[in-house]
Write a protein that binds this ligand. Structure first.
Ligand code: GLY
Length: 350
C-alpha cells in the first residue's frame, strides 16, 4: 500500500493498494468522521463493487443512500447533475454529510461537481475504479460536466477529502479501458519523468501500485504549485487540445485516452518538424503508446481538427497554449496565434 499526500487548499491522502474497498468504512471514518453518505456510481460499477463498499461502510456504522447513473460519457451532463442535486435534497443531505464517488472519471467529475455546489459545497471522497480516474481525474479537484458545445465546459474546483484507490478494481477493466488510462500514465512520463518513461517500457500492469503512486505524486506536485490551472498545471494538458478535437470530430466514439495518445503524437511530430525534439524520441513515444494498446494515427485532416480545436475552452483570445515536448521528460507551454494552429497541426500529421 502507498500513500501520497496532496497539500492543496485542502490537504488529503491518496491511498493506493490492493483490496482497499473492503476497508472503505475505516478510511472514510478517518477522513470525514461520522456523517451520512451518498454513494454515486454507475450501473456497471454498481453491479461489481457497490455491495463490497456498502458492506464496509455499514460495518463502520454509516447510513448510505445510492445514486446510480448509466455508464459512459453521455451521462456526464447537466441533466444528471440536476438529478443528483435533487436526489441529495430529497434525501435531506446536510452540509456535514459527504458524497462517495465510486467509479471512473465520469462518476468522479459529476459527483465532485455536485459536492462542490450542493448547499454551496459539501465534502466528497473519490474511490476511483479505472486507471484513468486513479492517475488523473480523481486527484486535484477538477470537477465538471459536458455541455452541448464541448467537454468539461461547466465545473468547479473542489478538492476531495480522500482518494481511495483499490487496485483490485482494475482487474475487471476491459483491456481498452485499461489502455485509456495508460495514455495518461505515459503522459506524466513524457511531461517530466524520463526514468519513468524507461521503466514503463517494462510494462504498466505488472507494477501498477507503484505506477499509480508515481503518477499521483507528479500530479500532486503540480496541483500544489498551481491548483487553479493558471500556470504549470496546464502541462497536464499534453496532447489534450488536439485530443479533445479528435474526440469531438469522432462524435465521442474515439475514447479520451486514445485521443490523448494520438494528440500527443501529433504535437510531438510538430515539435520534431520545428526542430525542438528528435525523430528518435517521437519513435519511442509512438512505440510506448502502441505497446500499451493505444492508437497513434489520426483519421482526421488538419482542417477538421482545427475547426474542433478552436472551440476548446483553453483558448485565450487570439492565441492558444499547447504543451510541447522538447524531448521525453521535458515539456513546456507553447503559445501560438490561433491563425497558425491549422498549419501547426498539419506539421504533426503524416
Ligand atoms: N486532468 C488535468 C488536470 O487535472 O489538470
Amino acid at each position: 500500500m502507498k500513500t501520497v499526500k496532496v497539500n492543496a487548499s485542502k490537504s488529503y491522502d491518496v491511498i493506493i493498494g490492493d483490496r482497499l474497498l473492503e476497508r472503505l468504512g475505516e478510511y472514510v471514518n478517518e477522513a470525514v468522521g461520522k456523517c451520512r453518505l451518498c454513494i454515486v456510481t454507475d450501473d456497471k460499477v454498481d453491479a461489481l463493487y457497490s455491495e463490497c463498499a456498502e458492506r464496509s461502510l455499514r460495518s463502520s456504522g454509516y447510513e448510505t443512500e445510492k445514486f446510480v447513473i448509466k455508464n459512459g460519457e453521455a451521462s456526464k451532463n447537466t441533466t444528471s447533475l440536476i438529478a443528483l442535486l435533487e436526489f441529495l435534497a430529497e434525501n435531506r443531505f446536510t452540509r456535514s454529510d459527504c458524497i462517495v464517488a465510486l467509479g471512473g472519471g465520469v462518476v468522479g467529475d459529476l459527483a465532485g461537481f455536485a459536492a462542490g455546489v450542493y448547499l454551496r459545497g459539501i465534502r466528497f471522497i473519490q474511490a476511483p475504479t479505472t486507471l484513468l480516474a486513479a492517475v488523473d481525474s480523481s486527484v486535484g479537484g477538477k470537477t465538471a460536466v459536458d455541455l452541448e458545445a464541448g467537454k468539461n465546459l461547466a465545473g468547479v474546483f473542489h478538492q476531495p477529502s480522500l482518494v481511495l484507490c483499490d487496485t483490485r478494481t482494475l482487474d475487471t477493466l476491459e483491456e481498452r479501458i485499461f489502455s485509456d488510462g495508460c495514455a495518461e500514465v505515459i503522459k506524466y512520463a513524457i511531461i517530466n519523468d524520463k526514468p519513468m518513461f524507461e521503466r514503463l517500457k517494462g510494462g504498466i500492469k505488472s507494477d501498477i501500485e507503484r505506477v499509480i503512486a508515481e503518477c499521483v505524486a507528479h500530479k500532486a506536485e503540480i496541483v500544489e504549485k498551481d491548483e487553479f490551472d493558471r500556470g504549470c498545471r496546464q502541462l497536464l494538458n499534453l496532447g489534450h487540445t488536439v485530443g479533445h478535437a479528435i474526440e469531438l470530430c469522432s462524435g465521442l466514439t474515439v475514447s479520451h485516452g486514445s485521443a490523448v495518445a494520438i494528440g500527443t503524437v501529433i504535437i510531438t511530430r510538430a515539435s520534431v518538424a520545428l526542430g525542438y525534439t528528435s525523430d528518435d524520441e517521437l519513435c519511442e513515444i509512438i512505440s510506448l503508446f502502441k505497446s500499451a494498446g493505444l492508437p497513434t494515427d489520426c483519421p482526421y485532416s488538419a482542417e477538421e481538427l482545427f475547426g474542433a480545436a478552436t472551440a476548446d475552452k483553453k483558448r485565450e483570445g487570439d492565441s492558444i497554449t499547447l504543451i510541447l515536448p522538447y524531448g521525453i521528460g521535458n515539456c513546456k507551454p507553447y503559445k501560438l496565434p490561433v491563425s497558425e494552429l491549422c498549419e501547426f497541426i498539419r506539421k504533426g500529421l503524416r
